[in-house]
Design a protein around this ligand. Structure first.
Ligand code: ARG
Length: 550
């Protein structure tokens, strides 16, 4: 589409003497109103409707432009659809995986996401944050940024002490089952329950905390190391199943002491002062006072974040630093970024927090603290099981059923999280997320599989030509815009929604057009090939695997 927009921009520039940004050229709401729309008439200082009409008369069709028409204040252009269709398909097939890539940008962006805590559950909310961060990082990369994917795992703090206390007190000598990480998370949940119900336990687990993090008791440190690894091993397994990769793994335990040292040295500087033994920074009326260090000299969440931010800027040369977490941390990140600015960090303004809403099951809010958490493992198993049942019904002879069920099940989970705006809460219902006819992972995966099977069945070589498939081709030509919009607004859901619309257009095309055995088979196959490429690119950016067959 870009080539056509460029031609349109040139024609407008010639007639008005004004520069036209390609971004300001849009696609009209329906093809009867043309292929490219411009709002130039609003900027000419006269009545926009009259201006549009005058310009429509003045600009004569030439090159790919076949007609110029005013629709109210809009100036719309019709382009040669035969030329358009051939050009779109040729571009996509020749660019392949690179189709939709933005210009290389100088800026380095770090996206920090997932950030589970060891000794605790990797739950349904983590799936959302993990899918969101991975997709956003891929999209930004495709748009042209140099992107670093970072994880930051919480392997120290009160939750660790609670878990180890409960393990030593109530589960001494027990042999953990195969999935040790999950077992540990269960013990953590039990610990919080016990401490809630019996306030006298408070001092007991705090003793463990002290022994572990102050006295550095060798036996407890051994246990911490061993159990920490159980959780980390589990996370590795989850990431591999979810198809998630990181470039950098930060750990809270790594930045803890450095954070304390760094923050201590700030005392008395600027707006940092001591308050009742603790260190705080005054962030003004709106954000209040932000705690930097506890009065016993131990690290807070913020202590570690300050030094981590510094590390990201200094050691990794990050320009834009993105943090993806649950929406409950919004205020905290506002404070953190304001504190960084106050402390003189040059790039504090380029820190971005992207919050995401809750994931709720129909039976109610899941509360990790009460132990009613939905573990990744259970969800993934259920997803696979449900998809397997569907396969047994619809396609019992399929090869590799288990692997297909895994790709489709996990894909369904991820797509459901991704197609919703990050700001909204999600009510997760299996029936909806797995509906093969809804706005779902299986639906878009199936569209890709269908393209592949048509190409395979035909066996002929696709060759771009003149075809009647305008709506599908417009959709394909919009992919670079979909990537750009998702990247600029940090909204992977825009790309997820795009893949659904593309799948819809493919299905419409498929039901109205005979491809195999038609006179124009090679050219129609080229449209299918182009759709396959765009769909595969889109799913790849979203981090959704598609099986070869389903
Ligand atoms: N592990 C933390 C939690 O579970 C989230 C970490 C978010 N990132 C950060 N830089 N604070 O709440």
């Amino acid at each position: 589409m870009k080539q056509f927009k460029q031609e349109v921009a040139k024609a407008i520039e010639k007639a008005t003497g004004k520069h036209v940004d390609l971004q300001d050229l849009t696609v009209p709401p329906n093809p009867e109103m043309g292929d490219v729309a411009s709002k130039i008439a609003f900027t000419m200082g006269k009545n926009p409707k009259e201006t549009a009409e005058e310009l429509a008369k003045e600009i004569k069709p030439s090159g790919p432009i076949t007609e110029v028409k005013a629709f109210g204040p809009f100036l719309n252009f019709f382009v040669d659809r035969d030329m358009f269709s051939k050009c779109v398909v040729e571009t996509i097939i020749s660019e392949g995986k690179n189709y939709g890539k933005g210009e290389k940008k100088k800026e380095k962006v770090m996206v920090e996401f997932s950030q589970p805590n060891t000794h605790k559950a990797f739950h349904i909310g983590h799936i959302r944050g993990t899918a969101l961060g991975f997709a956003l990082a891929n999209i930004l990369e495709h748009y042209g940024y140099d992107v670093i994917k970072a994880n930051y795992q919480g392997d120290t703090g009160a939750h660790v002490a609670k878990c180890l206390w409960c393990m030593q007190t109530f589960h001494a000598g027990e042999k953990p089952p195969e999935n040790k990480g999950k077992w540990l998370a269960g013990i953590y949940a039990e610990a919080t329950q016990k401490i809630n119900d019996n306030p006298e336990y408070e001092k007991d687990y705090k003793q463990v905390f002290h022994k572990l993090f102050f006295d550095k008791d060798p036996e407890l440190i051994e246990l911490w190391k061993k159990t920490r690894k159980w959780s980390l091993d589990e996370f590795v397994k989850i990431y591999s199943e979810m198809g998630i990769k990181f470039d950098v793994n930060f750990f809270e335990s790594d930045v803890e002491q450095k954070g304390v040292d760094y923050v201590k040295a700030l005392e008395g500087k600027g707006k940092v002062f001591e308050d009742d033994g603790a260190l705080v920074i005054d962030l003004g009326e709106k954000l209040g006072v932000f705690l930097l260090l506890r009065n016993d000299g131990t690290a807070l969440y913020s202590t570690k974040d300050i030094i981590l931010a510094k590390k990201k800027f200094d050691e990794y040369g990050v320009d834009t630093s993105i943090y993806i977490t649950g929406a409950e941390q919004k205020h905290y990140f506002n404070q953190l970024f304001a504190a960084l600015k106050e402390l003189g960090f040059e790039k504090a303004d380029k820190c971005v927090h992207i919050p995401y809403g809750l994931v709720i099951l129909p039976e109610g809010k899941m509360k990790s603290r009460e132990g009613k958490v939905i573990f990744y493992e259970d969800l993934a198993a259920k997803a696979k099981e449900l998809v397997l049942k569907e396969i047994e019904k619809k396609n019992p002879d399929l090869e590799d059923k288990e692997a297909v069920a895994e790709a489709v099940g996990i894909g369904a989970l991820k797509f459901w999280m991704l197609h919703t705006s990050n700001n909204k809460d999600i009510v997760f219902e299996w029936g909806k997320a797995l509906d093969f006819n809804g706005e779902t992972g299986p639906y878009v995966q199936y569209a890709l599989v269908r393209c592949r099977s048509i190409l395979e069945k035909s066996g002929k070589q696709p060759k771009a030509g003149i075809v009647k498939a305008h709506d599908l081709l417009v959709m394909l030509s919009n992919f670079p815009d979909a990537v750009e919009n998702a990247a600029k607004s940090h909204s992977p859901h825009l790309l997820a929604q795009y893949t659904y619309l593309l799948a819809n257009e493919l299905n419409k095309f498929y039901t109205t057009t005979k491809v195999i055995g038609s006179d124009n088979e090679e050219a129609l196959l080229a449209v299918i090939k182009a759709t396959e490429i765009v769909m595969a690119n889109a799913l790849h950016l979203l981090g959704i695997r598609a099986p070869e067959k389903m």
